[in-house]
Every structure is written in C-alpha cells, then in structure tokens.
Design a protein around this ligand. Structure first.
Ligand code: NAD
Length: 379
C-alpha cells in the first residue's frame, strides 16, 4: 500500500516552524506519495495553505483524522499527549524528540506502540549530512544569536568613519565553534565586527581563521568520538577559565554555544567574569536550553546583571521559521528516501545504519539504550 504522509500544525508554545514546506511536498507528491496537511500548518512560518494545495497536498482541518489516517506523521516537536492518542499503533513518527527532556511523552509513545525516529539521533556520517537537522537548525540559531547580540548592544558593530567622528568596530567573542558558533562568527564578520572564536577542539581553529576571526587556543585538544568535544579535566578547566576570563572582559558581545552531547552545557562564563565586563556589554547564551554556558543565564529570559545584558533565548530556529522550516523539510525529504521504498511503500527493515541509529521506539520497545536506561531509572 502506498504510504500516506501527514503534517499537522505545531502547537507547542512559541513554535512557528512546520515540518514540510510546499517545495518539498511537491517533490514527494510527484513521486507518488500522498500528503495530508492540516489547514494553517505552515502559516506561522510564512507558508499559506494555497501553496500546499498547489503542491499536491490534501488539506484538512480535523487534526485527529489527519493523524489517524497516516502511516508516517512528520513533525518538528515531539507529539503532544493528544496527538499521541490520535495515532493508531504502528504509526511512524519522525520528529526531533530530545528524549532525555521529554521522558513522559516517550513513555506514552512507547505504550501507544508508535514507531518513532528521533532526528537528533541520526548518526553524523557523511551519507547522512543532508538529513542533519542538528546542523541545519544550528545554522539558523548561530545567525540569530549574532543579530540578537547586535540588537541588544548599545554599539555599532562595524568601524565607521563619519563627520561625527570615527567609530571603532565592536569586539565579538564566540565561545564554542561548532556549527552554530561558526555561523555566529560568519554573521558577526559580515556586520563588520572584530571577532574572536574559541573551542576545545583544535580542528575548529582552521575553520575560525578561515572566516577572518582570531582563534583563541589552549594547549589542549578535547576532540572525542564523532568529532564532538569531551568534558575537560579539572586542570584543563582552570586553564580554560583563565583564558576565557581575559577574552570575555574585553568583548562587547559574547556569544556562547558550547555543548557536550547528552550532558549539561559546560559553564564557561562565571559570575565574577560578568562583573568585570564593561557595562552595556552583551552575552547571548545559545546553550540556555541545556543549562547555559553563563552562570547567570536565565533560560528564556533577557536579564541585566552588573550592567551586562544576558540573553538566554530558547528555540532560536523558530524565530527564523521560514528558512528553518525549509531546511528542516529538506532534511526530512532526504530521511524519507530511506523510509519510503521505490515502490512507494513503507520500509520495514530498519537495519540501515541511519534508520537503526535514529530509531527510538518500535513495537512497544525503546531501541535507544540511553533512553531505555533513563526510563528504567525513572519508572
Ligand atoms: N555530518 C557530519 O559529519 C557533521 C555534521 C555536523 C557537525 N559535525 C561536526 O561535529 C562537531 C560538533 O558540532 P556541533 O555544532 O553539533 O557541536 P555541539 O553543538 O555539540 O557543540 C558546540 C561546540 O562546543 C564545543 N565545546 C564543548 N565544550 C567546550 C568548552 N568547554 N569550551 C569551548 N568549546 C566547547 C564543541 O567542541 C563544539 O564545537 C564538529 O566537529 C562538527 O564539524 C559533523
């Protein structure tokens, strides 16, 4: 049987993105895959209903019917309690789940016998680059972070020579030079700031320098499996703190993006460092969602402490919903090429490395070991 896809409006607070955009839907429909879309699903991201209809979607307004009639449900956020209840056992859900932060929903989806692929678990191998939602959404977040910093700062970012005098360029410091950090650096450079970047992975140095920024380097290299960072030893943390303190106190805008997979974000900016910053300086803490890189960050809020504005924005990709959705949908299209066979039917053999790696739940079982351990510990 040809697989039926469904897309519903995201109803999580503050979520403006949509899982599929008309351009991608058109390609899916052309290859013979029917897609049902809830009316208004793309509106908040800038994609009105008529675009979906023109692309070949069937539009509906009954959420339960759309969810109940699909073999594959495509989402951005994990399904809500009500959405889970509307899906029959065996429905395949593809979404960003962040299981460790959504254990109750994971338990419900397990008990409802849904098959769930968590896109954040897609292995970061070359073949999966086009499906990498962490990268596509981090690109958006890094860009937005610099714009937020620029908006909150009482200064120009570029150097200006005017009749009213010369303005010195602002100094932007980016801590953590992964996907988001590099995009933040590139954006700050385009705005004309003088930029410094830092990461515990030495390999990041070349990328930072290639963007025209200075790389701050410690004599350590904390690159671990899969190209991610490992946690630093206590001695390394002290070296890092001394170097970061100097750089932070000289910066006008500090953008922090440091993360270690599956752990709380490392604290890089301590309260005494904030105290030593110039009044009017800004910190944009992209790690707010996982605890923050700055000790004073309040997730979801913008506060002023010691004259320094500290922003801890959540869900930055949603703030640039049009392009974030477009990139997300492209990632999904690529992922679906593994899940929907050439004959248009649902693939049931999940042995492919990418499917196996991202399979969170199926048949009432948790397939991702760290999540299974968390659930066993909590129930
Ligand atoms: N498909 C692929 O092959 C693929 C795709 C995307 C990213 N990557 C690689 O994965 C790596 C991580 O990317 P990410 O953006 O998802 O990372 P991430 O979001 O997990 O972390 C952001 C950055 O924080 C850094 N960091 C961690 N602890 C730190 C500390 N104490 N001080 C300073 N920086 C610290 C990390 O090294 C990383 O660069 C990079 O090497 C990237 O090139 C590979």
């Amino acid at each position: 049987m040809t697989v039926q896809l469904s897309v519903v409006r995201e109803i999580a607070p503050g979520e403006r993105r949509v899982a599929l955009v008309p351009e991608v839907l058109k390609a899916l429909a052309k290859s013979g895959t029917p897609v049902a879309v809830e009316s208004g699903a793309g509106l908040a991201a800038g994609y009105p209903d008529d675009g979906y209809v023109a692309a070949g979607a069937t539009l509906g307004s009954d959420r339960s019917a759309i969810l109940g009639g699909a073999q594959i449900v495509l989402k951005v956020q994990p399904p809500t309690k009500e959405e889970i209840a509307a899906m029959p056992p065996g429905t395949v859900v593809v979404a960003v789940v962040n299981a460790n932060r959504n254990l109750e929903l994971v338990r419900r989806m397990r008990d409802a016998r849904l098959t769930v692929f968590a896109l954040e678990l897609v292995p970061r191998i070359t073949r999966a680059q086009s499906m990498d939602v962490l990268s596509s959404q981090a690109t958006v977040a890094g860009y937005r972070a610099t714009l937020i910093g620029a908006e909150l700062a009482p200064k120009f970012l570029p150097m200006l020579t005017t009749a009213a005098g010369t303005i010195r360029p602002a100094k932007v410091l980016v801590l953590g030079a992964g996907v988001a950090g590099l995009m933040a650096i590139a954006t700050a450079r385009r705005l004309g700031a003088v930029v410094e970047g830092y990461d515990v992975r030495r390999a990041a140095g070349e990328q930072v320098r290639s963007l025209g920024a200075k790389f701050l380097e410690l004599q350590i290299n904390a690159e671990a499996a899969g190209g991610y960072a490992r946690e630093l030893t206590n001695e390394e943390k002290q070296q890092e703190a001394a170097m970061v303190a100097d750089a932070v106190t000289q910066a006008d805008i500090v953008i922090t993006t440091a993360a270690i997979p599956g752990r709380r974000a490392p604290i890089l900016v301590r309260a005494p460092m904030v105290e030593r910053m110039r009044p009017g300086s800004v910190i944009v803490d992209l790690a707010a969602e996982t605890g923050g890189n700055c000790e004073l960050t309040k997730p979801g809020e913008t506060i002023v402490a010691h004259g320094v504005t500290i922003a801890g924005p959540l869900n930055l990709p949603s703030q640039l919903a049009f392009h974030a959705s477009q990139m997300y949908a492209k990632n999904l299209q690529s992922f679906l090429s593994l899940l929907v066979g050439k004959d248009g039917t649902l693939v049931t053999d999940y042995s492919d490395e990418i499917l196996a790696g991202s399979l969170l739940l199926t048949g009432g079982e948790v397939r991702h070991r760290p999540t299974a351990e968390l659930l066993a510990g909590g129930s």
